[in-house]
Ligand binder design. Structure first.
Ligand code: GGG
Length: 327
């Protein structure tokens, strides 16, 4: 059976890390049809549209999507693309790898980030020259959907013992109050253990003792920010993959953005995108291939070649070559 994979490199280093991940996927004996499409700042400048309709339609119909990075037009690119695949959760694992210099080598976390609402609902206004506003949306239904997913996620694997609800319900009483109460109530009904931590306290505690945490369910912005913080604990953003999962489709992307400071130099670390491709393989049912890619990435991170962000001098292209040799 052929799987259609939408490939959307986006801006900046997305143009470099996506071909590296596609190269690894092509090296596997799987019937993939890759269909490339444009999105982002460059296409916005050319056509006046950051996300052409055909790119949206492709993501909405492909079996899975591999996305690179969004720049200034992120709100008009990645948010609608997540909507195109119906994604309700952004899974962001953050773990330290053997041989990589990490601030906290004991880190092994998975963020389950609500992916449709919160402050990313797009409800912003400029009322006067002096005043701008943003409406934060939290619904019981989206919180329930995330909670059901979190319960399934921790129940499906042997190595998770419940999850942590991260919120700021002591200040955002209505919105995060609803989020916390709904997630807790679903977990209680399902017999899944939870604890809860205020998001500011979480930021400190995860830096000091990341081993206290495992699976974290949180609102949209908190998940975006706290996973970047966790990247700092494990060796940088070049190591964090993600999956935007919906009921029937999913989109996979590195957590990092466009990295304009190094874009075009051929030195970007493709590891996060290749690990995202391994998540895509698992999602489509290719568990063995996914494991093989993850193992080859781990060996390559440990033994090299490594890009400059990890202390090496390899080019972006050197990395998939080494991974493919080790598959
Ligand atoms: N590949 C990740 C990416 O493009 N990040 C840019 C960004 O601003 N993302 C916001 C988000 O993940 O919600």
């Amino acid at each position: 059976m052929t799987h259609e994979i939408a490939v959307i490199p986006g801006d900046g280093i997305g143009q470099e890390v996506i071909p590296a991940a596609v190269e690894v996927l092509e090296a596997l004996d799987i019937d993939f049809e890759f269909v490339e499409a444009d999105a982002g700042d460059a296409v916005l400048e050319e056509t006046g549209e950051a996300l052409p309709q055909e790119t949206y339609d492709l993501a909405a119909s492909a079996d899975a999507t591999l996305f690179g990075a969004a720049g200034d037009s992120a709100a008009d690119v990645i948010l609608p693309l997540r909507e195109a695949v119906g994604s309700f959760v952004n899974i962001r694992p953050a773990k330290a790898y053997p041989g990589i210099d990490a601030v906290r080598p004991e880190t092994d976390l998975v963020f389950l980030r609500e992916n449709t609402e919160g402050v990313y609902a797009g409800l912003e206004d400029r009322l006067t020259q002096d005043v701008s506003t943003l409406t934060r949306v939290v619904t019981e239904s989206a919180s329930e959907t995330l909670a059901e997913f979190a319960c399934d996620y921790v129940s499906d694997a042997d190595d998770h013992d419940g999850f942590t609800i991260v919120h700021k319900a002591n200040v955002m009483r209505e919105t995060d109050g609803l989020f916390r109460d709904t997630v807790k109530s679903v977990a209680d009904d399902r017999g899944v253990d939870t604890d809860e931590v205020l998001m500011d306290a979480f930021a400190t505690r995860v830096c000091l003792e990341p081993e206290q945490f495992d699976v974290v369910a949180c609102p949209n912005l908190a998940g975006d920010v706290l996973s970047d913080l966790a990247a700092g604990l494990v060796g940088g953003l070049g190591l964090l993959p993600s999956a935007n999962v919906g009921p029937e489709r999913a989109l996979f992307e590195p957590v990092h953005g466009t990295a304009p400071d190094i874009a075009g130099e051929g030195i970007a670390n493709p590891a996060a995108t290749i690990i995202s491709a391994a998540m895509l393989l698992e999602y489509l049912g290719y568990e063995d291939e996914s494991e093989r890619v993850n193992e080859a990435v781990e060996v390559t991170l440990e033994e090299g070649p490594r890009t400059a962000d990890l202390g090496g001098d390899a080019s972006t292209e050197d990395v998939p070559e080494a991974i493919i040799e080790r598959l």
